[in-house]
Structure formats: C-alpha cells, structure tokens
Design a protein around this ligand. Sequence first.
Ligand SMILES: Cc1ncc(COP(=O)(O)O)c(C=O)c1O
Length: 384
Amino acid sequence: MQSLDDFATQKLAVLERDSLRRMLVETDRVDGVWAMRNGRRLLSFCCNDYLNLTHHPAIKEAAIAALTRYGVGSGGSRLVSGNHPLFLELESRLARMKGTEAACVFGSGYLANIGIIPALIGEADMILIDELAHACLWAGARLSRATVVPFRHSDVEHVEALLSEQRGHHKRALIAIDGVFSMDGDLAPLPALAALAQRFDAWLLSDDAHGIGVVGGGGGSTFAHGAKADVPLQMGTLSKAVGGYGGYLCASNAVIELIRNRARSFVYSTGLPPANVAGAIAALDLIEGEPSYAALPLQNARAFTRMVGLPEAQSPIVPLLMGEASAALVAARRLESEGFLVIAIRPPTVPKGTARLRLTFTAQHPDAEIERLAGTIRSRLQAA
Ligand SMILES: Cc1ncc(COP(=O)(O)O)c(C=O)c1O
C-alpha cells in the first residue's frame, strides 16, 4: 500500500504542477490596512477587515476588559458551562440589527452553516443552492443528506424552473445563497428569491458574511434592495466587517430555540471566548453609531471601479478576472512588487478558468493609494 507520506507528497506535486498549491505566508498586520510580509510593508487589498475594526482602540479595549473579567476561554459548550453573560447582549443586538425576533451565536460562520442546514433539512427534502455559494453552505447542504440541486448563479428563472419541476417530490425545500458573493462581490437577488420561496413553500437562507456592516446601511444584504427582503434565515459572521471571530443566525424565536437544541456545531462545540463576544458588541456599536464610516468601503470600491472602467461595485469586493491560476499568481506578484498585498484566488475556491485577483476595499484605504492601485492595474496588468 502507498505510504501516507507518499500519498501526501504526490498530491502536493500535482497541486504544484497546476499552480494550485497554497502556502501559509507569515503576515504581521500592523494595523487595519498595512501588513509586513517578507520584510516589506505592504498595503493590503485582500483582507475582509472592511471597517478596519480588528485594530480599533475601543473594540480592543472592550475585548481586554471582557478577558480580564471573564477569562480567556468560555470553558465549555454554551449549553453546559460556556454561556457567559455577554452572549445574551450580542444576540439581542444582532437580532435588532437584522430585524428578527432572536439570534444564535456560533463559534464561526463555517460552524454556523454546517449546523443550521442539517438541523432544518433532512433526507426527504431538497436544497436549491447557488452554484457559486460559499464552501460552508455547500458543506452544510451535503451534511443534511437532502437532495442538493445547484442553480445557475443568481438566476431567478432557473430557481423557478427547478422549483416548478421538483418541489412536489420533496417534503421541505430550502434556497441557500450568499447575500454578497465572497469572490465576485455581487448582491444576490434576495427579494425575487423571497417571492419564489413564498410561492413554492420553500425557506430562504442567506449568508451575509460579506454584507453586515458594509451594505444596506450596515444592516447587510437583506437591507440592500430598498425595502427589507423577507429572509427568514439570516446567517453571517463576526469575522469580516465586525472585525473579530464567530458566526450567527438571526431568525424567529422558534427557529433559534430549535437551532440551540439541534445544530450539532452549536451543541457539541465550545462557546466563543468572552473577548470575542465583547469585541463584537463594541463593533456593532460603531457600525450602528457611525453610518457614514460604515459607508466608506463601498464608496472606495466604487471610486476604484470608476477609475479602471469596471462595472460599479455592489460591495467592497471587486474581482479582476485573470483566467488561469498561473496568470493570477503572476499578477499578484507584480502588485506585490508595487507595494500592494493582493492574493490570487484559484480553483477550487473559484471555478476552473476563472482565477482572479480579489480586491477588497476598506474604510481606511487612503484615496491616493486607491488611485495608485488603479493606475498600476491599468498600466501593468491590462498591458500584460
Ligand atoms: C460567504 C462566507 N460564508 C461563510 C464564511 C465563513 O465564516 P467564518 O470565517 O466565520 O468561518 C465565509 C468566510 O470565510 C464566507 O466568505
């Protein structure tokens, strides 16, 4: 039999050959936008810290105070001994922000999706999932053992056709989609999907990981389409614009109570450390209290898309499609030589042939640097 090490070495060689091997590179984020890497100071355009809250003094202070008061870890699953007093406050704040009755905080966004979906959907049911949905929505869908039916990216007519054809064969149906697509930056057509869900007796789950804090006036993608979209399951993460770590679901009282009882990644996993929870509460204070600051990442992304002649950004995420993985790696290296930290995103994170640079804009990116980035991209990359 092939040894374990031989197996791993061969697998890695294939990844290397196809320009798909990933490496951990030590990166010291010195503040919300600058990072030290390989001895160089680089301006990061690849981080999800859209509001630069990872380094915000008031948020750090809140986290330190909670750590001092409640300790480093939560000490257990929240259902056992890990439900420290800060959770209630964070959950009621999230529910208020998202306009739901209740919320449930998980250890991470990934844990949230792999817990929520199998708690609500089972073997006799169907899940319609956007072909570009995040890996953890797919993981949750597969864990549920339901019939998983992908639909073309944000294609409402395709969802309608699939529901017309297949809804009758299944007990329950769930439509799962990213509210803001993590690798493309576009918004999901939530109002149209909500109408279909209503018509076909299906439930709608949106993953707002990249929406909270930065679109819809800070409330996220549910609020980014004019009137609030009717999304009964609003999932998200505290690890991007909120600046810390953790995941959540906002929903009705009954659904949240069921999730607390049945979502395995909630029941059988340790509660978030108190410092994370306190930091998230302080971050929500800032997001709700300073809407003009929360609007800056999208404004910066839009300034950039105007400068380079791309379609107007719908979120702080702007993809620059390169095609082959090797081309994306070369482009990332060129930008790094100009002092910009931008990461090549390659399959399987994105479909084959669509490797890209994924630019993310934050509140504190200096205007002059956005202009310099746009100039570099116009002259060096488009000429290549
Ligand atoms: C769309 C989307 N959903 C979920 C997650 C997972 O969130 P977390 O990093 O909190 O596990 C991410 C981020 O990695 C994401 O981009």
